[in-house]
Write a protein that binds this ligand. Structure first.
Ligand SMILES: [Zn+2]
Length: 328
């Protein structure tokens, strides 16, 4: 556990994902608050119990859990807290999540079924080689995902601008869709800190394209628009869902915009008058990525192409169920 500012400490919890550890934040005072919990693995549970013990707390002492978004590396352990507190104190922990991510917490199985169907659709439309083995890997991944989460029927949902009492003062929920439909940053103006979840990360991408299916808005566009809500927060520190705090938020946002502009340019440059698949474009834009990054690379590439289509630089066509792109 690392003390960051008065009453706020970071707890790093291991995850089974390439991203590495996830950050949870303990806010001491009343009500005793935790921001995010980590995934439900024996290793993560042991880690968070051990860390809380160093300041003489138990899972049942946490009175309020605020969730930055519904992804499993951030919410999997919530049920353990809730059940432990209900057992010891007779009432469950207050758990809050944005209404658009609520299903992931309240009914995890149903959420996973929806999510995995949209990924299957994406893989099928992308023209990936060795389709069967990719689908097999996807099924194995689905099993892993299902095993590290648990529904919390008592979780409650909030809307944009909801406010919560914590030991460091009032915290306001600023809705920032993109990384997930209900992604939220919790802003404490009194302390000038933002618990930014996976919306603003220090040195890794936010993967803004994996949580919207193609009938909805383009995830990447939504994400970039949401970033701008925070570009005037000079002097604030962001405590992100992974890695180190971000001390200069406006500069980080500028860098993220220019990184996405570069990707968009790369995608535009790769277009030809011969039809190409999403998979082929992903190999040009993202290079020689590992197979466990395939879905992320396909999702981002598809978003880039849809943005280019909206700017009439590309034309997307469907041939035998596979999406192909040509230069417009
Ligand atoms: Zn995350």
């Amino acid at each position: 556990m690392k003390n960051l500012i008065d009453r706020v400490s970071r707890i790093e919890i291991p995850t089974p994902f390439p991203v590495g550890n996830v950050n949870c934040y303990l806010i001491e005072g009343s009500p005793l608050t935790l921001i995010d919990t980590g995934p439900k693995t024996p290793k993560s549970l042991a880690a968070i119990q051990q860390e809380l013990q160093t300041v003489s707390y138990d899972l049942s002492d946490i009175e309020q859990i605020l969730l930055t978004h519904g992804h499993i590396d951030h919410v999997g352990l919530v049920a353990n807290f809730v059940k432990k507190r209900a057992h010891v104190h007779g009432n469950p922990t207050d758990v809050w999540v944005h209404e658009l991510d609520a299903e992931a917490v309240v009914d995890y199985e149903k959420y996973m079924d929806h999510y995995m169907v949209s990924i299957v659709k994406l893989i099928a439309a992308s023209g990936v080689p060795k389709y069967e083995s990719v689908m097999l890997a996807h099924e194995r991944r689905t099993e892993l995902f299902k095993s590290i989460g648990e529904s919390v029927p008592t979780a409650r949902s909030f809307k944009n601008n909801a406010s919560f009492k914590t030991g460091i003062g009032e915290v306001t929920a600023i809705w920032a869709p993109g990384h997930s439909p209900g992604s939220t940053c919790f802003v404490c103006d009194e302390q000038q800190v933002i618990f930014s979840g996976d919306h603003i990360l220090g040195d890794i991408s936010s993967n803004p394209s994996i949580s919207f299916d193609d009938s909805e808005r383009i995830g990447m566009m939504t994400y970039l628009e949401s970033l701008d809500h925070f570009s005037s927060r000079e002097g604030y520190i962001a405590f992100p869902g992974h890695r180190e705090p971000i001390l200069d938020i406006p500069t980080r946002i500028e860098t993220l915009h220019s990184e996405y502009d570069d990707k968009l340019q790369k995608a535009a440059d790769s277009l030809t008058y011969n039809p190409q698949t999403i998979y082929e474009i992903s190999r040009i834009v993202y290079g020689d990525y590992e197979t466990n990054s395939l879905v992320l690379a396909l999702a981002e590439s598809y978003d880039l192409l849809r943005i280019l289509e909206s700017r009439t630089q590309a034309k997307l066509i469907k041939q035998n169920g596979v999406i192909k792109v040509i230069k417009y």
